[in-house]
Design a protein around this ligand. Structure first.
Ligand SMILES: NC(=O)c1ccc[n+]([C@@H]2O[C@H](COP(=O)([O-])OP(=O)(O)OC[C@H]3O[C@@H](n4cnc5c(N)ncnc54)[C@H](O)[C@@H]3O)[C@@H](O)[C@H]2O)c1
Ligand SMILES: O=C[C@H](O)CS(=O)(=O)O
Length: 481
């Protein structure tokens, strides 16, 4: 049985070597449940990033020359290793991010699924033979790897947001330089340990930890990097787009959300409450597709609010490694401050706290799961992504009003609604301005479906048969006979 301790690394991974920052500087990684320092990681910058880019460019040439099946065999071994280490990886993820062990192990399986999925999708990057326009010529179009990829990922899914990029990139024949979030670098480094053990050649998957602006600045300005794949806030996505414009990089952006959740008068209320809890409180409300605003039709409003408050009050709050915990700590004090600001603004404008509303007795960054009623669209909690365990409920009268309220945002990532009339299901699904919709379900994320947003929630899609396209270029070849 291999030793899980090998997964905990204190060095970054560049060109197949575990190394410190050039100046030896480090930053601390803490457990949000206890404040304990778990480890340190190298505080790297532009110079180390440049070396990683050079290594990636060199490694990519022989990798792209392999067949898709040869690449798939290594990716499959990586998938197998991730699943065999699911418990150890889950525990490490819970310690650095805070989510319950159940959710963390679920994330490891979800993360591994992208490696498994794209190992196979890499074999389907078909080209085209084009009916010629000239008898003396023959036309084809072929798909080729885009080049060196710069990837930057968030703290809320420290494993899955990485493999959702690295899986298709490697399957397509690219090489990757990754900067993980500084709150949660340990999961990324553990994935690199397993990639190395799977036989992934040096230089193909590089993990550079440290200064976001310095590393990001190099990734977005270096002409060898042909693609930036970013998951994080819309604000930072905007910055990265600007920085990448100078060298015309391909961009994949998975950004912020503000998901509406509509409950119509023909909904199954039991199902709607269950879906609301699942969608709102996953990862303590810290996912981009968490419901941010609930809109409930008047005739079922009071019953839904009472049932949602009852279910919310029953959620178990605690450290992620404790049995049965459903709500872990928020990632940091800044996250708690935003939650408190949203609740204070809402109650000052007339909202009522149905349950929760305060920091939890456990202290630190633990917060009571909360339901607010009497919410109106002028409140901050309807306009901004809360990213915490607060469910604000707005009452509505008509389908038209519900859709107008739901769509009144610059975001367009995920949306949800509960209804059983088929005409309404079609009308609302077509009218809701989001990239993804859950109909009578609060959980939609899977590797087999296209994940992504519209408006200011992003560009492109990850997962599904579409996810590999962003790591390929289409080349037209015109052959004179
Ligand atoms: N659409 C999605 O799939 C998705 C998934 C997860 C999270 N998110 C969004 O991410 C946000 C929460 O995550 P977060 O707090 O880590 O987001 P963030 O944008 O603050 O950070 C994301 C990543 O960008 C890095 N970063 C920050 N400033 C940078 C800069 N100037 N240059 C280069 N890199 C920089 C961070 O270090 C981190 O690695 C929320 O808005 C959430 O909706 C979206
Ligand atoms: O935060 C949002 C991530 O994309 C997680 S998931 O894909 O919704 O599981």
């Amino acid at each position: 049985m291999s030793d899980p301790a090998r997964l905990l690394r204190h060095q970054a991974y560049i060109d197949g070597r575990w190394i410190d920052a050039d100046d030896g500087s480090t930053f601390e990684v803490t457990d949000p449940a206890t404040g304990e320092v778990l480890a340190t990681a190298p505080k790297m910058g532009a110079a180390e990033t440049r070396r990683a880019i050079v290594a990636a460019e060199a490694a990519m040439k022989p990798w792209a020359a392999k067949t898709a099946s040869e690449r798939a065999r290594i990716l499959r071994r990586w998938f197998d290793l991730m699943m065999s280490e699911q418990d150890a990886l889950g525990r490490l993820l819970t310690r650095e991010q805070g989510k319950s062990l159940t959710e963390a192990k679920g994330e490891i399986a979800y993360a591994a699924s992208f490696i498994e999925w794209f190992a196979e999708e890499g074999k389907r990057t078909y080209g085209e033979v084009i009916p010629t326009y000239d008898a003396t010529k023959r036309l084809i179009a072929i798909r080729q790897p885009v080049g060196v990829v710069g990837a930057i990922t968030p703290w809320n899914f420290p494993a899955a947001m990485i493999t959702r990029k690295v899986g298709p990139a490697l399957a397509a024949g690219c090489a990757v330089v990754l900067k993980p979030a500084s709150q949660t670098p340990l999961s990324a480094l553990a994935l690199a340990v397993l990639a190395e053990e799977a036989g992934l050649p040096p230089g193909l998957f590089n993990v550079v930890t440290g200064s976001a602006s310095d590393i990001g600045g190099e990734l977005t300005s270096n002409p060898t990097v042909r693609k930036i794949s970013f998951t994080g806030s819309t604000e930072i996505g905007r910055t990265l787009m600007r920085q990448s414009a100078e060298t015309i990089k391909k961009m994949s952006l998975e950004l912020g959300g503000n998901a509406p959740f509509l409950v119509f008068d023909d909904a199954d209320i039991d199902a709607a409450v269950a879906g609301a809890v699942a969608s709102k409180f996953r990862n303590s409300g810290q996912t981009c597709v968490c419901t941010n605003r609930f809109y409930v039709q008047s005739s079922v409003h009071d019953e839904f609010v009472a049932r949602l408050a009852q279910a919310t009050a029953a959620l178990k709050v605690g450290a992620g490694l404790e049995d049965g915990v459903q709500i872990g700590p928020l990632i940091d004090a800044k996250a708690v401050k935003k939650v408190e600001e949203h609740i204070a603004d809402a109650t000052a404008k007339g909202a009522k706290v149905e349950t929760g509303g305060q920091r939890h007795a456990l202290g630190g960054t633990f917060f009571q799961p909360t339901v607010l009623s009497g919410v109106t669209s002028d409140m901050l909690i309807c306009k901004e992504e809360t990213f915490g365990p607060v469910a604000p409920v707005v009452r509505f009268e008509t389908e038209e009003e519900a859709l107008r309220l739901a769509n009144a945002t610059e975001f367009g990532l995920a949306g949800y609604f509960y209804a059983r009339d088929m005409g309404r299901v079609w009308r609302v699904a077509e009218a809701m301005e989001t990239g993804m919709i859950g109909v009578n379900t609060g959980l939609i994320s899977t590797e087999v479906a296209p994940f992504g947003g519209i408006k200011q929630s992003g560009l492109g899609r990850e997962g599904s048969r579409h996810g590999i396209e962003d790591y390929l270029e289409l080349k037209y070849v015109c052959m004179g006979l």
